[in-house]
Write a new protein. Structure first.
Length: 475
């Protein structure tokens, strides 16, 4: 029997890789969706619970008529008749009325300076002392020479009288008498020369005592005691500036010059006011003194000079100031607060309030504005005295908008003395001329002219930009 050998059958099967481990990301996916669902549910519950409150608040607003469709609260003021000043403004520099450089008129050693730097000295006060001893010696020498010449003159006069007696007796020749007469005249001339020398010595002695030529303020000392000074020195000992009164040189444009010239030619004394650099503080009041005789062609301005008493020393030499010249005061003019004037595409206008109470509405009224001063604006046309204009809250107004007026924003509101800036929100308001306090609708005091208005400019102020688009649509 033959043994058969069977080889094993080998089957090629692809190897199956082991299954990868489950990712921990997928394991937590269910928790993420659960948390997200809970967050959405909480948000939905919160919105659902707050909706009734919002609806109730909206209902209350609608019931009270104070919603978006209700009347707008505004501050108002009445146009009134009054006077408004007309000023011309200029830039100036304070100048000492007199400036004196004190120099020595004699040579010698500077002994003392009995004043301090910055002192206010009066005219005739001793301010420096030159060594007087050399000039005292000169004076004594001149007086001695005069005494000698006086004795010689007296002797010559006695001889002259004697010769006149002898000439009558024909005891001496006439020539001798004539010679004696000439000698007496010569001695008399010497006496006059001696007197002049004495006066000169006294004058030099006086010059050794240097006194203040004017009343003013002493500047910084130019020379210290102990130095030798000369009459030919160019550097002075002290500089004195007169500050009471004091002058201000300022310029104005040539176009503003004719009304001032007209007043000066009529003999008027125009008052002027000096203010600080930002015009926030009045420094002094004075009078216009004169105008320069020509206009500067390079700048087109003319120089003017004013004088101030300066009793409180508020003005200092070379100080920069703003000058306001009061040219005239216009009486019986229609005046409204400057913040009431708006600027639109059609020009200047105001919102005039018509009706009272719940029937109050505004209409757009074009106006022509003249002079402005502080918070007052002169209305040349478009308004009458008694018209009620809006001074605050104009941002959302249109022609025919219903409003709820509140008293305030009258002439000079929000400024002491009827001038100045306006009170901002939260600042206690001021009382207007009628005695009513300016208040908000909620009862909190506030000035009528708030941040919505523009502060009054000094002189010819710029008009506040209003709501030109709405004004254009309403017109």
């Amino acid at each position: 029997m033959s043994a058969s050998t069977h080889s094993p059958v080998v089957t090629d099967r692809p190897s199956v890789p082991p299954a990868p481990p489950k990712s921990p990301k997928k394991r937590h996916t269910g928790w993420v969706w659960l948390v997200l669902a809970l967050a959405i549910g909480a948000l939905a519950w919160f919105l659902h619970s707050s909706a009734p409150q919002n609806n109730a608040s909206a209902g209350k607003k609608g019931k009270g008529g104070k919603g978006a469709t209700g009347p707008l609260p505004v501050a108002v003021a009445k146009a009134h008749m009054g006077s408004i000043p007309v000023y011309q403004d200029g830039l100036g520099t304070v100048t000492a009325f007199y400036t004196v450089t004190v120099r020595s008129r004699v040579d010698g050693q500077l002994m003392t300076v009995p004043v301090k730097e910055g002192d206010l000295v009066t005219e005739g006060q001793l301010i420096a002392q030159i060594d007087p001893r050399p000039y005292q010696v000169q004076l004594e020498q001149a007086e001695g020479t005069m005494a000698r010449d006086q004795a010689m003159l007296a002797n010559a006069k006695v001889d002259l009288d004697r010769y006149r007696t002898l000439i009558n007796q024909d005891a001496i020749p006439k020539q001798q008498l004539d010679t004696q007469v000439a000698l007496v005249a010569q001695y008399e001339g010497n006496i006059k020369t001696d007197q002049a020398n004495i006066d000169n010595a006294k004058l030099q002695l006086t010059y050794a005592h240097i006194t203040a030529p004017i009343t003013g303020r002493i500047g910084l000392r130019q020379m210290d005691p102990g130095n030798i000074v000369h009459a030919s020195d160019t550097t002075g000992l002290l500089i004195i500036t007169q500050v009471q009164p004091i002058a201000v040189l300022f310029t104005i444009p040539e176009d503003d010059l004719p009304p001032i010239l007209k007043k000066l030619r009529a003999g008027a004394h125009l008052p002027i006011i000096a203010t600080n650099r930002d015009k926030s503080e009045k420094l002094a009041s004075g009078t216009l003194l004169t105008i320069d005789n020509s206009i500067d062609p390079t700048t087109g301005t003319s120089r003017l000079k004013g004088i101030f008493e300066n009793k409180d020393n508020a003005l200092f030499p070379n100080q920069f100031v703003n000058i306001r010249v009061l040219v005239e005061t216009l009486a019986n003019q229609v005046i409204v607060p400057e913040v009431a004037v708006q600027q639109g595409s059609q020009g200047q206008f105001v919102y005039v309030v018509e009706g009272t109470g719940d029937q109050a509405k505004v209409r757009v009224q074009k106006v022509q504005v003249g002079e402005t001063e502080g918070q007052d604006a002169q209305i040349l046309s478009g308004l009458n005295a008694g018209d009620v204009v809006v001074t605050d809250g104009t941002d959302k107004l249109q022609n025919g908008s219903p409003v709820r007026p509140r008293t305030g924003g009258g002439p000079g509101a929000g400024a002491p003395g009827g001038r100045g800036g306006r009170n901002k929100k939260g600042v206690a308001g001021t009382a207007d001329k009628s005695g009513h306090e300016n208040t908000l609708s909620g009862g909190a005091p506030q000035s009528a002219a708030t941040d919505n208005g523009a502060a009054g400019n000094v002189g010819k102020g710029k008009k506040r930009e209003g709501n030109p688009q709405k004004a254009k649509e309403s017109q």
